[in-house]
Design a protein around this ligand. Structure first.
Ligand SMILES: Cc1cc2nc3c(=O)[nH]c(=O)nc-3n(C[C@H](O)[C@H](O)[C@H](O)COP(=O)(O)O)c2cc1C
Length: 178
């Protein structure tokens, strides 16, 4: 059984609930899992589910006195980081090199020697917007792996590209990669 460390970074998409299932699927495979969440993502998913599944606190605040320099420590701890789901805002933040929240500070402190994955999830028009396309292109150029969003019925009711792959599939991809 694998014992690698996986850091799931959750941002404010309606599919944030999938992060709990991904954490669960990875735990069942024997991975150590921790989660980092943006403020917005916690409007979509509660900390209790994530903490219950992972047995670890959900970290959001970079200035949490209980954790010394969390962005550096988590970056070093993780064997693979995945932003799942990745919102358009978080993608833009990463592309801009901002370090204003824990999720983006972890990105900056990561040097791509270990896998850094980004799984965009958003409305079809948002995904096709040149701003998002350009941001993703840049992140890929820098060394991030962009998980191609899947087609299907989106939360807004339209059918098209924009869904993050299902958690079980993502867990398989992670297991294969490691
Ligand atoms: C109901 C609802 C669903 C949303 N779903 C998405 C989404 O799937 N993808 C996305 O990029 N933004 C979505 N948003 C907008 C983000 O939550 C918003 O841009 C937020 O600022 C993201 O912040 P974060 O990246 O710091 O988590 C949604 C907003 C609402 C109110």
């Amino acid at each position: 059984m694998s014992k690698s460390n996986i850091l799931i970074c959750i941002s404010g998409s309606i599919s944030a609930y999938k992060a709990a299932s991904l954490a669960s699927a990875l735990k069942k495979k024997g991975f150590h899992v921790k989660t980092v969440a943006t403020e917005s993502s916690l409007k979509f998913i509660g900390t209790a589910a994530l903490e219950g599944i992972t047995g670890e606190p959900v970290l959001t605040d970079m200035f949490n006195p209980a954790y010394e320099i969390p962005h550096i420590n988590l970056s070093e701890w993780a064997d693979l980081i995945i932003v799942y789901p990745a919102s358009a805002t978080t993608i833009a933040r990463l592309r801009m090199g901002l370090a204003e929240d824990l999720l983006s500070a972890i990105f900056l402190s990561n040097n791509f020697r270990k896998p850094y994955w980004i799984s965009p999830a958003m409305n079809i028009n948002m995904l096709a917007h040149p701003a998002v396309e350009e941001n993703l292109k840049n992140l890929k150029k820098w060394g991030a792996k962009i998980i191609d969003p899947e087609e299907g019925i989106l939360a807004c009711g339209t059918v098209g590209k924009g869904r993050a792959p299902e958690p079980e599939k993502m867990a398989e991809m992670i297991e294969e990669a490691l």
